[in-house]
Design a protein around this ligand. Sequence first.
Ligand SMILES: [Zn+2]
Length: 336
Amino acid sequence: MMNDNLVRMTKQTFALGIDIGGTSTKLALVGASGDIAKRASFSTADCADEHEFFRHLFEKIVEMLRGGVEVKGIAAGAPSANEQQGTIENAANLPFSPKVELVKTVQERFGLPTQLVKDSNASTLGEWHFGAAKGMKNFMLITLGTGLGCGIVANGQLLGGEYGHGGEAGHICVVPNGRACGCGRFGCTETYVSATGLKRTVFDLMANTMTDSPLRSKSYMDMSSRHIFEAAQSGDALAKKTFEMTGEVLGRAIADMAAWFEPEAVVLSGGLAMAGDLLFLPTIDSLERHALAFHKGHKIKVLPSALGENDAALLGAAALIWNEHQVWVKGGVNKT
Ligand SMILES: [Zn+2]
């Protein structure tokens, strides 16, 4: 870690990246090559409302800028971000009013160029500039957590869509009339391929097969994807079958999405991606079987994130500043 004196001596310029999450908000001073010089964080969950959130955020930013640190701009990744308006709207897991003016509030306080990007797009930018997808022109990041998040780079541009909701790969229908999804539809990818989807598959298998498993002693509320992972690692047939079924659905979904924009690679991140071969091998196998003829022969790589869960969004937000991306600006100009 670089101390304040060293920052002053070297006169290095930084981008200030912020990752706003339901549990915590993280900040970092990021250099042009993705090096992190200084970090800070505070608990988002403990904030009563956005006013308290901004008080903590401003305190931390002031701390970061102490000692005359030169900052080119501030960028934040957040769930439910309206990139076009610079607002966070109806965020289910943040203690905020329905509409919070993030860009305007931060810009007015610090007078620095400020940007806001969806959390999934922030992680995508992180992998693109500093991680597993460095230098690629066509790739997709899939984040497997409670749900399935996605970011797409096509023809060297981050895909935004006409209204800012493009690339919702978690909500394409993979099983007609399948499992009920939080979005109100049925059979969406994330009801099968996510930590929650994994658990739903375990309970389907327990109900519909006679396979014995230590997982049978757990209630739905008590079971986590970690339990399923540990059971699979110790050779439990039901848990292993669960990962195989999950990879089967994911591989087929990737094969279908590849028909649209032909990515060089799909990067998998998030808690479920940490299962490694248990998830990657059936996914790669399924992708190969379902791929269009010109994508067979493992032309579309399936890669693990090179940044890990903690830093991808932080680095990606900073990359917005370093690369002068404007994901969305008023007037609809997409200067990437
Ligand atoms: Zn859905």
